[in-house]
Design a protein around this ligand. Structure first.
Ligand code: SF4
Ligand code: SF4
Length: 246
């Protein structure tokens, strides 16, 4: 089942342009075996029943049987039929895009509530897409405490808390990221990572981050710390808890 054709068919209304076979002009069909044979006086329409419109149809329907939900309005049958009409010296357009009436195209826009609603919806989607493009994040980042231990004393006897920081570069070029503690702990806490980390295009980097408070560390037991990660264009704030044993 083609979802496009289903979707398209529910959007139709009585004024929609669609691929249609001109029943009045085409019927009754000529037998293709007698095209050019002038000996028959049997009245007939312009369709020579060559079946070409059916053969070229990608969804395998016969448009001469009327509007069908499977039709995707590709127009292949129009081109095929026009070629046949030229060969039998008849005007083209036996199958054509039409709304079944002779209404002028300017009238096609009147009283089309459904059309207006779909138009407004499409415009809204386009605006949303443009907004998304404009606010696209150039990177993503997160921080998690390492499992197993809240803190440890490093070789210098300083209090260290272990974390893992992830940075995902969402751009198509290499970028530098600056990581720094902000706020009231910016003086008392230091990071094991260099201030600048370079990450390749589209790379997701995950690495250890040791946060250290040099002795004598006079912070309370539990400290809510802000970490800033920035790439020059955008910055993100991360929160984590630093523990200082008493
Ligand atoms: S291609 Fe045209 S002439 Fe041939 S069967 Fe289809 S409608 Fe008739
Ligand atoms: S060829 Fe395309 S337009 Fe014609 S009937 Fe098939 S799907 Fe519809």
């Amino acid at each position: 089942m083609c979802p496009y054709s289903r979707f398209q068919s529910v959007m139709l209304d009585s004024k929609s342009l669609k691929v249609s076979y001109d029943l009045n002009r085409g019927e009754p069909r000529k037998n293709s075996q007698i095209v050019g044979n002038t000996s028959t006086n049997k009245p007939s329409g312009d369709c020579v029943d060559c079946q070409l419109c059916v053969q070229v149809c990608p969804v395998g329907i016969d448009i001469r049987q009327g509007l069908q939900y499977a039709c995707i309005d590709c127009g292949a049958c129009i081109d095929a039929c026009d070629e046949i009409m030229k060969k039998v010296n008849q005007p083209t357009g036996l199958i054509r895009f039409t709304n079944g009436s002779t209404t002028h195209w300017t009238d096609l826009l009147k009283n089309r509530n459904r059309l207006m609603a779909y138009g407004a919806l499409t415009l809204l989607c386009c605006l949303g897409f443009v907004y998304q493009l404009g606010t696209l994040e150039s990177f993503d980042t997160s921080i998690n405490r390492d499992r197993g231990q809240l803190f440890f004393y490093d070789t210098n006897g300083d209090i260290t808390n272990p974390y893992t920081i992830k940075i995902h570069n969402k751009t198509s070029s290499k970028a530098d990221y600056k990581i720094e503690v902000t706020g009231k702990f910016s003086e008392s806490l230091s990071l094991s990572l260099n201030a600048h980390v370079t990450i390749s295009a589209a790379e997701m980097r995950s690495q250890n981050l040791m946060v250290t408070c040099r002795q004598p560390c006079d912070l309370p037991y539990r400290n809510q710390v802000n970490l800033k990660v920035s790439n020059g264009d955008q910055s993100k704030m991360l929160d984590f808890v630093f523990f200082n044993p008493k």
